[in-house]
Write a protein that binds this ligand. Structure first.
Ligand code: ADP
Length: 394
């Protein structure tokens, strides 16, 4: 056995691996992309040199090649001591991470209808690793689990109650692993116990969500039944009027076309007509591109509205935290968002903000700000590694 922990993130056409030592220090990573396609490719540790995969390799074949490469490079010397898997949907069954056995697999399958694009491919990763390492304990860490503490008033929609009772239509929330990490890190930086931490956490990547954390627990979040609700995202619309479906169907747009529009062609991409990449949008806006400017404005205004909305669940506020590719790197988005929130007493320090808080203990707020605003790099892989190690040894 090798005293390491392997983290597996199996997506629809890709699989990512991260290898941690027993002290939870990351020692290697690997990525296989465009799986089940002619041009499937793999890389290790961000090296540009590709690793050869069989033509049209599937998840199972790619995982096998990546593990063999770890072995050849002596990054892994024998089976790891634990394997952690990212699983998108745990429904109401999983309030925390779970050791994987046949009952866990059945339960993950049972909630797959809530995440048909994700849970089945997550299971492919689990089954592949079970075949490769039959005697290694494996753990599932769910994107939804951290939000299972939402009170009913926050997770119920105002729909006929049978929608919830018969079909499970409710707010589940996603990015839970990241929001949990944010709460822990913010509490640590503010020297507060996690049990009393009161945080608004904004995860802004290609997918975006915001969570209110009270006494260390998630009490409200912007994503809902699916990861489509809430903030403006890279290609997802976030909130729209549900009346849109009827209106567009009257114009000959099918439900499937609306689904594709809302998930793939909206958000920053839809508004700008150019790209979902915030960096490019900021450059274009600086050059006077009006649709790019509008996309950024809508993104920041929606986010500010949600920061305000999240205060309804809190009795005090320790910090507003930004993370994800945009949250960690875009000084412009943080500034423009917080500019809307003067009434809450929030205020950005331009210099700290430009440095992403590097010289100011992660703070980007000014000394006059009523509440601290922090930027913290998220680390979902680390949470999965810790959970895998904890449950494997429990
Ligand atoms: P994912 O959700 O796929 O993990 P990331 O968390 O990597 O995505 O976030 C991707 C987003 O972060 C993209 O919109 C990208 O443009 C944005 N981003 C990355 N670096 C910067 C930067 N320096 N300035 C502005 N946006 C950035």
């Amino acid at each position: 056995m090798d005293e390491s922990i392997l983290v597996v993130n199996s997506g629809s056409s890709s699989v990512k691996l991260a290898l941690f030592d027993k002290h939870h220090k990351k020692k290697a990573s690997a990525l296989a992309e465009r799986l089940n396609n002619q041009d499937a490719s793999a890389r290790i540790n961000g090296n540009l040199d590709p690793i050869e995969l069989p033509e049209g390799a599937n998840h199972q074949q790619a995982l096998q090649v990546l593990i063999e490469t770890f072995n050849q490079k002596e990054l892994l010397k024998g089976p790891p001591m634990a394997i952690g898997h990212r699983v998108v949907h745990g429904g109401e069954t999983f309030r925390e991470a779970a050791l994987i056995d046949s009952a866990t697999i059945t339960a993950i399958k049972n909630v797959s209808s809530l995440a048909p694009l994700h849970n089945p491919v997550n299971l492919v990763g689990i089954e592949a690793m079970q075949e490769l390492f039959p005697s290694v304990p494996q753990v599932a860490v769910f994107d939804t689990a951290y939000h299972q503490t939402l009170p009913e008033k926050a997770y119920r929609y105002a729909l006929p109650k049978h929608c919830y009772e018969d079909w499970g239509v409710r707010r589940y929330g996603f990015h839970g692993t990241s929001h949990y990490f944010m709460a822990q890190e913010a509490a640590r930086l503010l020297a507060k116990p996690m049990e009393t931490a009161s945080i608004i956490s904004a995860h802004l990547g290609n997918g975006c969500s915001i969570t209110a954390i009270r006494d260390g627990k998630s009490v409200d979040t912007s994503m809902g039944l699916t990861p489509l609700e809430g903030l403006v995202m890279g290609t997802r619309s976030g909130d729209v009027d549900p009346g849109l479906f009827d209106y567009l169907s009257g114009r000959g747009v099918s439900a499937a076309e609306v689904h594709t529009m809302l998930n793939n062609d909206s958000g920053l991409m839809g508004l700008s007509g150019h790209t979902n990449d915030m960096r490019t949008l900021c450059d274009l806006a600086d050059q006077g591109d009006k649709p790019a400017r509008l996309a950024i404005d809508v993104f920041c205004f929606r986010l500010a509205r949600y920061i305000g909305a999240m205060t309804a669940s809190l009795s005090h506020l320790d910090a507003v935290v930004f993370t994800g590719g945009i949250g960690e790197n875009s000084a412009h988005v943080r500034q423009e968002t917080i500019n809307h929130l003067g009434l809450l007493g929030l205020d950005i320090d331009p210099e700290r903000n430009q440095q992403h808080g590097a010289q100011s203990n992660n703070r980007v707020s000014s000394v006059d700000s009523r509440f601290p605003v922090l930027t913290i790099p998220t680390n979902e892989e680390l949470v999965i590694a810790r959970e895998a190690n904890r449950l494997a040894n429990a």
